[in-house]
Design a protein around this ligand. Structure first.
Ligand code: SAM
Length: 276
């Protein structure tokens, strides 16, 4: 038997008597044409290692395996493991299943090689997982991730957009980020309340050093924590107007108009001593 001989996903779910659970953020993609498109957009191919969070019934997992990639799939809901084991049986040793919480699993160790991440993320932990992959010890080669549309918009937002904030600044400082696919709620079973979108993030070759990124997190937390205030006031604890002047940024501006370069200048300025 091969991957092509596996039963349709709906049939596999019925045979294993599996229903989606809200508490696990379960909204399944049961149309293999959609999951194949996501695998194509992720630019995954033979020889790649992919970490997939939340394989669930395995629709995206099947599409990733069809490319010839090796897949390490981390699933928290143990009910899906027997169904996924059937997929592993026909995957020529290229599917490894890890039962656990993706927030706690050491993904670098589980992958055992530099890896891409492709996932239809559980909405309740999606943003936290992205932040972990952007700033934590496991740095994926690329990330192709399904989010609620509202979160996707916050990742790719530009200055002056309503959705522009910390997530946009941190994501776009470290990665090239763009929305590659929009999906209506009805594409999922059961449909969520909101639309979704796939964002592809590719780490930049020359990111700022860790201390600058940590400073950027502090600056954006303060600036967007009081986004209607001028920077002289929202950044008061970090140096206020004096810090802005050293960074070459107007102290009268609000966070929402400052571009990536402006925030990086502010972050670097917090690390340098004020001129005496
Ligand atoms: N990939 C499947 C698909 O596209 O049909 C399922 C996607 S569903 C939106 C999210 C999946 O993540 C579910 O299978 C759920 O059980 C799993 N999940 C939820 N929280 C998780 C966590 N903390 N760690 C790992 N998997 C998790």
């Amino acid at each position: 038997m091969s991957l092509a001989d596996l039963p349709p996903l709906r049939e596999a779910l019925e045979r294993h008597d599996l229903m989606a659970r809200k508490s696990f953020g379960q909204h399944f993609l049961l149309d293999l044409n959609v999951t194949r498109k996501i695998a194509r957009l992720a630019q995954i191919g033979e020889g790649d290692t992919v970490v997939e969070v939340g394989p669930g019934p395995g629709g995206l997992t099947r599409a990733l395996l069809e490319t010839g990639a090796r897949v390490v799939a981390i699933e928290k809901d143990s009910r899906f493991l027997p169904l996924l084991a059937e997929v592993a049986e026909v995957a020529d040793g290229r599917l490894e299943l890890v039962e656990g919480d993706a927030l706690k699993v050491d993904a670098a160790q589980a992958a055992g090689a530099p890896a891409h991440v492709v996932s239809n993320l559980p909405y309740n932990v999606g943003t936290q997982l992205l932040i972990n992959w952007l700033t934590g010890p496991f740095r994926p080669l690329s990330m192709t991730l399904m989010f609620q549309k509202e979160v996707a918009d916050r990742i790719v937002a530009q200055p002056d957009d309503d959705a522009y904030g910390r997530l946009a600044v941190i994501s776009q400082t470290l990665c090239e980020a763009r929305t590659v696919m929009d999906l209506p709620a009805k594409a999922f079973t059961p449909p969520p309340k909101v639309a979704s979108a796939v964002v592809r993030l590719v780490p930049k070759a020359d990111p700022p050093p860790g201390d600058v990124v940590a400073a950027l997190e502090r600056v954006t937390a303060a600036a967007f924590g009081q986004r209607r205030k001028m920077l002289r006031s929202s950044l008061k604890a970090l140096g206020g107007a004096e810090l802005c002047e050293r960074a070459g940024v107007s102290p009268d501006a609000r966070a929402e108009v400052i571009d990536l370069a402006g925030f990086l200048d502010l972050a670097r300025a917090t690390l340098s001593t004020p001129a005496g």
